[in-house]
Design a protein around this ligand. Structure first.
Ligand code: FAD
Length: 288
């Protein structure tokens, strides 16, 4: 089923997984995770894709498994340095597997990329145009602005282009201060973005992830949350509790203020998803 059709009827609950680097045991483990996510009544599960298509085969295979298990997959595709023929190959495979939804991305560029690195797909907008109406298309957005953009306003101008080129929904980068999400929704609406903006939430359950998150996507960590993490950074059990509770708090606030869905970045950990959804059982029952 198309995600835009689901969003017209209800709020969505979705999860992101990534294809394991090694097949075999790790893949079997991921399939078990997906089964558990199905029990949480996931509306869709998104599958990441290596920048430049490095893991295209594994990513496509996982999307196919999700579809075969009766859940809607959202296959990410990064344009970046790919050629149109590369994109045709992946899109054709996904079509054969019955995948209806694609998140069209550019992908991160290496620090020392050559001028013609993204010759065909310089931006997600190029991939959206290329894929046309062959899938229900979504795209990424950034509550704190994309790191390459000087101002949030410039980034939202480009976001509007994503909608104009066919994006039917948007999923945000992770954020830990909900006010950035509300500001993005407000400014985007003012500039003509009308498609649903689904907030992406990632439980921060380990202290070592803070610097990773900062360097990966520049998300700010609110001071009170940072203080809790720093106080308990050497106690993994307490850290986990803090991270899960913080996500639960973020989600309740997002739902209360009308977010069209919740997308959980769970790093392939079903236990995290189960714990968060368990604590929100009544909220979800009421609203989804
Ligand atoms: P773009 O939309 O091209 O944006 C990049 C920059 O260019 C921004 O500053 C934007 O404002 C600007 N821009 C956009 N369009 C135009 C235009 N037409 N003209 C001029 N400037 C423009 N990475 C992966 O490698 N694999 C994944 O599976 C993956 N999944 C992701 C899922 C989500 C929900 C998010 C938020 C990110 C994901 N990423 C993934 C990371 C993403 O690839 C990077 O953030 C990348 O740097 C930008 O991708 P984009 O699609 O937003 O690019």
């Amino acid at each position: 089923m198309r995600i835009d059709d689901i969003l017209r009827k209800k709020r969505t609950l979705s999860f992101e997984v990534f294809p394991p680097k090694k097949g075999g045991e790790e893949k079997a483990e991921l399939i078990k995770t997906i089964e558990k996510l199905r029990n949480l009544r996931a509306d869709f599960i998104s599958v990441t894709y290596g920048a430049g298509g490095s893991n295209a085969r594994d990513a496509t295979e996982i999307s196919g498994c999700i579809k075969a298990m009766g859940i809607e997959p959202l296959a990410h595709i990064t344009g970046g340095p790919s050629t149109p023929a590369d994109i045709d190959r992946v899109a054709g495979e996904l079509k054969k597997l019955g995948v209806e939804n694609v998140l069209a991305l550019r992908g991160d560029r290496p620090a020392d990329f050559a001028e013609d690195y993204c010759k065909h797909f310089a931006h997600a907008t190029d991939l959206l145009t290329y894929l046309g109406d062959s899938f229900c298309l979504g795209a990424a957005c950034y509550p704190e602005g994309h790191t390459e953009c000087e101002t949030l306003r410039d980034d939202i101008v480009n976001l509007k282009k994503k909608q104009d080129r066919g994006a039917k929904f948007l999923i945000t980068q992770i954020f830990y201060d909900n006010s950035y999400y509300y500001r993005l929704c407000h400014e985007a609406e003012r500039m003509g973005v009308t498609v649903p903006i689904i907030p992406g939430v990632m439980p921060l359950i380990s202290a070592k992830n803070i610097s990773r998150i900062k360097s990966m996507c520049g998300s700010a960590i609110p001071l009170d949350f940072r203080n809790m993490i720093e106080t308990y950074s050497s106690n993994p059990l307490v850290m986990r509790e803090i991270g899960i509770n913080y996500s639960v708090y973020q989600i309740i606030d997002l739902i209360a203020k009308g977010a069209p869905g919740i997308h959980l970045y769970i790093m392939n950990r079903a236990d995290t998803a189960i714990e968060i959804c368990g604590r929100l059982e009544n909220v979800f029952h009421e609203l989804f």
